[in-house]
Design a protein around this ligand. Sequence first.
Ligand SMILES: C[S@@+](CC[C@H](N)C(=O)[O-])C[C@H]1O[C@@H](n2cnc3c(N)ncnc32)[C@H](O)[C@@H]1O
Length: 416
Amino acid sequence: MRADQLRAAMVVGLVRGGRIHSPAVRRAFRVVPRHLFLPELPVGQAYQDEAVATKWVDGVAVSSASQPSMMAIMLEQLELRPGHRVLEIGAGTGYNAALMAEVVGPTGSVVAVDIDEDLVRGAEEHLMAAGSAGVRLVTGDGALGYPEGAPFDRIVLTVGSWDIQPAWWRQLAPGGRLLLPLSVRGSQLAVALDLVAGPPPGLHSVSVRSCAFVRLRGTGAGPDSSRSLGRDGLAVQTADERPVDPRAVCALLDSPGPECPSPVRLAAVDLWDGLGLWLAVRQPDICRLLVSAAASDRAPSLLPVGMDGGTVGLLGSHGLALLVPVSRDGAGFDRRFPVVVRAYGPDGAELAARLAGQLDAWAAAGQPTATDLRLHAYPAGVVPAASSGAVVRKAHSQLVLDWPRNSVPSSPILER
Ligand SMILES: C[S@@+](CC[C@H](N)C(=O)[O-])C[C@H]1O[C@@H](n2cnc3c(N)ncnc32)[C@H](O)[C@@H]1O
């Protein structure tokens, strides 16, 4: 099949899958040739709905061409209009910048920043080959934004951020929209936030989706919340900067205590979205236990996360509670498995009771996911007059999160 036929088929898939809604986004995907932004790939592969890693450092992917489905979701979240001035942080291959330039048209502008000069040079070549106009590429640290081009109607990050940097607030035009993959205690959310002048000034979500992007590097890099346990390919992930002693976690795992069956069934997807996000918002002592693909067969008591395994629970200083599947036959990311709550260590019973209570509360609230979540962000130190919801504090911002449309049973709001 020719490239334009493959591209047309990809767009049909994105429309049928409910990823593309607007004619402007559909047209952009239809006209911008993705294969010219991934010249090393066979043309057919460039039009599959998959992310493609393009640069690694120490075996970790630091740049990629994002999955077209996710790009479409985020372009719809952005609600670009002709004439908009747009800043993208994370230029990568330049493909997303080219799509956005198509939507904003000749009266608008797109500045795309990447921290790596080699990637910017590559993006320049790709844009040239594709004949894309209207994109200005800049090498720099996106945490600082691009003051020379401010104010922007839209600032979009296509890289995961732990915090909302002050420069992004400053460089957003009144009524502008910031869209970023934001880390909330280990879950990553693509949040579209509209700027409201206040007082107090705030960014209020108009759309939230779950996502998985490579992480911001440079001055805005967040804490690494994942620690290897040094055995069986296991790693433990906790909320933000909470210190973890891997040896203590191993000792807890070595002495499993009682188990309590739950009527709620869980899928691997619920570790991040769904229950995982629910716990992240409400329980600062959330933890996730993850196992690498290579070691997955040694961890049959974890849910199948793609080829890997993992689960979610609560971690205290002297105890742990985890949700573990009764069996994981017929693996699949969306498939739901019966689970038990398993306690470990002296405080395990208390943690297990709280975990079981949260699982029940999540189920009773209709198993809400990221899509239902509302998120409000304020500069650090600015306290909104009256806010209900969980508060997550970052270095430069504080987030207030809640699921307002669900009749959520009241539970204490805990702070990190
Ligand atoms: C998922 S890729 C972006 C994909 C890109 N939008 C595309 O269409 O190909 C994330 C990019 O963010 C870049 N990045 C990471 N930290 C950055 C920073 N502090 N400032 C600017 N770019 C950064 C990485 O180099 C990487 O190219």
